[in-house]
Every structure is written in structure tokens, then in C-alpha cells.
Ligand binder design. Structure first.
Ligand code: EPU
Length: 432
């Protein structure tokens, strides 16, 4: 077990290279299960969620070879549609993409129900199940497993209207429909960059998907996907997290390997707060004197402000001059972390889906914990901005989705170290 110790109050200067997108990689890796032949995938982030997913695929018979730190060859010719390790699958949310991938390839899937509840609310998958049923599958949940079987052995194309804009359901149904018989329409689809990235991956392997990135996606099922090369997009949320860190701690950092257009929803808010953001071809330069102005924002599906940046932005707004309001429009409850910020002197109160923040002049170092992945990143940012020393426990959450966060921050002058700690300092908590 490890924890981070941060001596705050140091402005950040230098360059940070962004890794491949977690939420693209955790969709593309299961998609490789559907391919006959080897997929070479570049720009895979080195994070524990990816490692767990690769372990699951190996246990199912996949052959995974590491080409270099961020490149893998994945050959799933030997995969059988057998239930994979329950405990491992239950640990990561993205294991639910195995349902769509296995149903598409074998007409049958048995996958552990994804864990959830880390935001304090329910994380249902009813829209995924509704779509599989529309495509001709029988779906039941037994002993914690989702068991899905396509009638006649192969899914059929269908028109599916999602009742809520769901990233996971859009991805899962795109996977399943790629090898179904006939045409599938997903209406009210999510439009996140990683949805477009998955469609690009599948199309480069021979799928026929149009409209990804709009709210209607048309998928003409094909009989086979073949191997090829692909490089995942950079992580929009990792980049946003470092932008927020520099905005709060002050300094000037060039954030490299990004698609600036994917960051617009974040950078417009930072600019309203008085932060300078200059965009180049594949990098952005962020400069801040650490003196921020209050603003308001509401999280929404892309291209709205991303819920996965809500804790990081709310954290720096605690240090902005004036009163800000934050409204969570995607999840029922994503404010558990605010109790930790109170320990550092923040003035933040949560009323239902809204947090009202009265800016304070400083944070003081404290012992705080990461209660989920993005909240954990927000705790690191709080520590970087604070006077004194902050200890962050529960960092296993952070390492599920951020590659070498300590190394990247140290390279721009942050005083942050990762140290061993006793197990009881890191309570066991639930799933990201
Ligand atoms: N929803 C339903 N029914 C469903 C699916 C979703 O009611 O069948 C609701 C959810 O309860 C939520 C909303 O729809 O209120 C959106 O959920 P969505 O399905 O879009 O979320 P997800 O696919 O489970 C992904 C990301 C999350 C990110 C959300 C929203 C992955 C592995 N996870 O989750 O990322 O918050 O989309 O953008 O891609 C993170 O990276 O930290 C993270 C939590």
C-alpha cells in the first residue's frame, strides 16, 4: 500500500506528456476480442485498470505481447466464451464491455455484474441490457453474473433509443452490433471522443460504423473483423487534470500529446477563471498566477463540461475569489470528496446535485483520502495548492486511471512523493 506526501505551495513549470485515454483503451481492448488476427494497439496507458483488463483477456485465452511500454499486440484467436475470473471482472467497471464483445463474437456471454456505487449512488446497466434484448438476446442476471444468449446464435440489427445518454451503453451496443446480422441504429447516443475512437478502431478492423460523434450511430454488421494497427487518442481528462493543477498551484506548463479541441469544454471554464490557455497543434500551454475568479458550471454529456473533471475544477474553485456553483448533471451523487476538502479549510456545501463554494484564501495541509479516481486526482491538486504538508491515502484509486502521476508532477517541480504505508491507512473501498 502506498500514500502520497505533498508539500504544497510550489508553482509548476515545464512539460507534461499526456498518456493514451483510459476510457478509450478500456473499450478498445475488449473490442480486440472480436477480431480474428492480431491487433497492434499503440498509446495504451500504463494504468492498473488496463492491466486488470489485459489479465482478464489472457485468462480467457488471449495472447498479449508487449511491444514497448505503450504498445501491445493482442491476438484473441484462442479466446473461448467462458466466464472469466469473477473477482477480477468485478473489480473494474469496464469489464461490462466484455458482454457486448463476447455476444457479438460468440452469440453468448457470461460476465460478472460490474461493481459500482463509488459515487454513493447506483450505476445501472439497464440501457445496455435493453439494447441486447432488442438485438435478439435473452439476458438474465444470476449469482452476480450477466448471462446473455443470442437467439439463433447471432445477434440481429435493431433500432435502439437510449433513455439516457450513456457512454457505456453506446459503446457496448456498438461492440455487439459490429458483428450482428443487419443494421443497428443507436439513437440518443453519447458523443464522447472515446466513442469516436472506438468506432475508428472497429472500422479500421473492417467494421461499418457511421455517425459516431453524433447522436445517431448506424452500424451495419459484418461477418468478420480482421487484425490491424491502431493508436488510441490522448486522455482528455488526464490533460484536464493537469490544466487544473497548474491553474490552482500557479506556473506555466506545456501539456503535450493532446487533441486541443477535446479540451475546449474545460479550457473555456479555466479562461473564465482568469487562466491563460494557448492552443497549438497537439499541445496546450497553460499559465496561471494562482489567483482565480469564481465561476459556475454544470456537468453534462460531451460536448458539455465532463463529470470526470468536476472534482478537480470544484477543488480549485474553493480557492477562487467569490462564490461558485457546481451542478452535477450526470451522476446522482459525486460529492463524497467535499468532506476531505473541508479538512483543508474549504467552504463548500452540497445541496442535492449542487455544490455552493465560497472561495477561501488558502488550503492548509491535512490527511485526506481519495474516495474514487477523479476525486483522488482532486485531492492531489488540493495538496499541490495547500500551505504545508498533505498526505493522500487511497491512491490505488488514482493509479487505476493516471499513469505515473507522481513522476509527471515531480518533473514540473511539484514536491510529491509516494511512500509505503500501513494497510489500515488505506481502507478497502469499492469500484471506479
Ligand atoms: N445510466 C443509466 N442506465 C444505464 C447506463 C447509465 O441510467 O444503463 C445512467 C447513469 O446512472 C448515469 C448516466 O446514465 O447517471 C451516465 O452513465 P454512463 O453510462 O454514461 O457512464 P459509464 O459508461 O458507466 C463512463 C465512464 C465514467 C464517466 C461516465 C460519464 C468508463 C469506463 N467510465 O461511465 O468515467 O463518468 O461515462 O461520462 O468509460 C472515470 O473515468 O472516472 C469515470 C467514472
Amino acid at each position: 500500500m502506498t500514500k502520497y506526501i505533498i508539500k504544497g505551495g510550489k508553482p509548476l513549470h515545464g512539460e507534461i506528456e499526456i498518456s493514451g485515454a483510459k476510457n478509450a483503451a478500456v473499450a478498445i481492448i475488449p473490442a480486440a476480442l472480436m477480431v480474428s488476427g492480431t491487433c497492434r494497439i499503440e498509446n495504451i496507458p500504463q494504468i492498473s485498470d488496463v492491466t486488470m483488463l489485459l489479465n482478464i483477456i489472457e485468462m480467457m485465452g488471449g495472447d498479449i505481447r508487449t511491444v514497448d511500454r505503450h504498445t501491445m499486440d493482442i491476438d484473441c484467436a484462442g479466446v473461448k466464451s467462458v466466464p472469466a475470473d469473477f473477482e477480477l471482472m468485478h473489480k473494474i467497471r469496464a469489464s461490462y464491455y466484455l458482454i457486448g464483445a463476447l455476444l457479438g463474437r460468440f452469440g453468448r456471454a457470461e460476465v460478472a455484474m460490474p461493481g459500482g456505487c463509488n459515487f454513493g449512488g447506483v450505476r445501472p446497466i439497464d440501457q445496455h441490457i435493453k439494447g441486447f434484448i432488442a438485438m435478439g438476446a435473452d439476458v438474465s442476471v444470476r449469482n452476480g453474473m450477466v448471462v446473455a444468449q443470442a437467439k439463433g446464435g447471432r445477434l440481429r440489427g435493431a433500432s435502439i433509443y437510449l433513455d439516457v445518454v450513456s457512454v457505456g451503453a453506446t459503446i457496448n451496443l456498438m461492440l455487439a452490433a459490429s458483428l450482428a446480422q443487419g443494421v443497428t441504429y443507436i439513437e440518443n447516443a453519447a458523443k464522447e471522443p472515446h466513442i469516436v475512437d472506438l468506432a475508428n478502431f472497429l472500422n479500421s478492423m473492417g467494421a461499418d460504423i457511421r455517425g459516431a460523434g453524433t447522436n445517431v450511430i448506424k452500424i451495419r454488421g459484418v461477418n468478420e473483423l480482421r487484425g490491424g494497427f491502431y493508436s488510441t487518442i490522448p486522455d482528455q481528462i488526464e490533460a484536464g487534470t493537469y490544466l487544473a493543477a497548474v491553474a490552482g498551484a500557479g506556473g506555466e506548463v506545456l501539456i503535450k500529446n493532446v487533441i486541443p479541441k477535446h479540451l475546449n469544454c474545460i479550457t473555456v471554464k479555466l479562461e473564465e477563471m482568469g487562466v491563460s490557455v494557448k492552443k497549438f497543434g497537439d499541445s496546450v500551454l497553460v499559465s496561471s498566477d494562482g489567483k482565480l475568479r469564481a465561476t459556475n458550471f454544470k456537468t453534462m454529456p460531451y460536448p458539455g463540461f465532463p463529470t470526470d473533471m468536476q472534482p478537480q475544477l470544484a477543488t480549485i474553485l474553493c480557492l477562487a475569489k467569490g462564490t461558485s456553483t457546481v451542478t452535477e448533471g450526470v451522476w446522482d451523487n459525486r460529492y463524497k470528496y467535499t468532506d476531505e476538502l473541508l479538512k483543508m479549510g474549504a467552504n463548500i456545501r452540497v445541496e442535492g446535485r449542487t455544490a455552493v463554494i465560497d472561495g477561501v484564501s488558502e488550503f492548509t495541509g491535512a490527511h485526506i483520502k481519495a474516495c474514487d479516481l477523479r476525486a483522488g486526482a482532486a485531492m492531489v491538486i488540493a495538496g499541490l495548492c495547500a500551505n504545508g504538508t498533505t498526505e493522500v491515502t487511497g491512491v490505488n484509486y488514482i493509479e487505476r486511471g493516471y499513469e505515473d502521476i507522481v513522476g509527471k508532477l515531480r518533473a514540473v517541480g511539484a514536491d510529491i512523493i509516494s511512500v509505503q504505508c500501513a494497510d489500515d491507512e488505506n481502507e478497502v473501498r469499492d469500484i471506479v
